[in-house]
Design a binder for this molecule. Structure first.
Ligand SMILES: C[S@@+](CC[C@H](N)C(=O)[O-])C[C@H]1O[C@@H](n2cnc3c(N)ncnc32)[C@H](O)[C@@H]1O
Length: 260
């Protein structure tokens, strides 16, 4: 695992940044409330403190099964276009490895996994959890807004419950799309805007993202074939989270089709 202190410029980027909480127009007046976002060092420390209990919390909310069902659906609907033998896969904000671990459990193809997170303790847990999958894994400490990977280098990129933490989710998404190869799929899950998720927003100072907004973010990042998928009904995570997918246009065919 590669860990290095976060560059000062990245830590400073969030120093006085705010997250919108509420905005409403009253005639020509707009009433809005914003909240200071957690800085990268604050987020990293908070996730360090949560790392030991993170998997237990995910289990309680039904995430391991929901992530597996999500991947089964993506692999059934997109087949080898989503994941082929020996493909390179990136998990952005890997946490303890729940989302990429679920892919390893349901996929028949073996793949090489890279994963990045700002929290060293979460990365330590991910190293243990992902070792069980038997796939080669490379973990790094870093910021999803400045991904340390070359353009077009991954066949599949995923991120779960990270974009809402980022002051500028469009910047993080543009990085994920940059490192995704043309024709590759991006799978992104965000905490949905709901009464149940209010405690998450209050605790973690996150964006509140509604489904149309999540799809718009993916579309504006340059992805095509964007759609929301739902986690299976019943589990708590169904009411908490919203998975979306989109594909980076393949050079030529998709760009020509989109401009028609
Ligand atoms: C809600 S947890 C989700 C973890 C995992 N994806 C999952 O589904 O269980 C968010 C993770 O994103 C990481 N994170 C938050 N902001 C980040 C950033 N700017 N760059 C990299 N990782 C970040 C946190 O350290 C944490 O591990």
């Amino acid at each position: 695992m590669t860990t290095s202190p976060l560059p000062l410029a990245q830590a400073d980027r969030m120093a006085n940044a705010t997250i919108p909480v509420f905005a409403r127009w009253f005639g020509s007046w707009q009433l809005s409330i914003e909240r200071r976002a957690l800085s990268l060092p604050e987020l990293s420390q908070r996730y360090d403190r949560s790392a030991a209990d993170w998997n237990r919390a995910l289990d309680r909310m039904g995430f391991p099964e929901a992530y597996e069902a999500l991947w089964r659906r993506v692999l059934r609907e997109e087949g080898p276009a989503a994941l082929g033998e020996g493909d390179r896969v990136l998990d952005c904000g890997v946490g303890t490895g729940a989302l990429s671990g679920a892919l390893a459990r349901v996929s028949k193809s073996s793949f090489a996994l890279d994963a990045i997170d700002i929290s060293p303790r979460m990365l330590e847990r991910a190293a243990v959890c992902l070792a069980e999958s038997g796939q080669p894994v490379t973990l790094r400490q870093g910021d999803v807004c400045a991904l340390p990977y070359a353009d077009d280098s991954f066949d599949l990129v995923m991120t779960a419950h990270v974009l809402e933490h980022v002051v500028d989710p469009a910047l993080a998404l543009s990085e994920m799309v940059r490192v995704l190869r043309p024709g590759g799929w991006l799978v992104a899950s965000v905490t949905r805007r709901s009464l149940l998720s209010m405690w998450i927003h209050l605790k973690w100072h996150t964006h509140r993202v509604a489904a149309p907004q999540a799809e718009r973010l993916l579309r504006e990042s340059g992805l095509c074939e964007v759609r929301s998928l739902r986690f299976e009904e019943g589990a708590v995570c169904h009411r908490l989270s919203l998975p979306c997918i989109g594909r980076k246009p393949a050079i030529d065919t998709d760009t020509r089709r989109d401009s028609l």
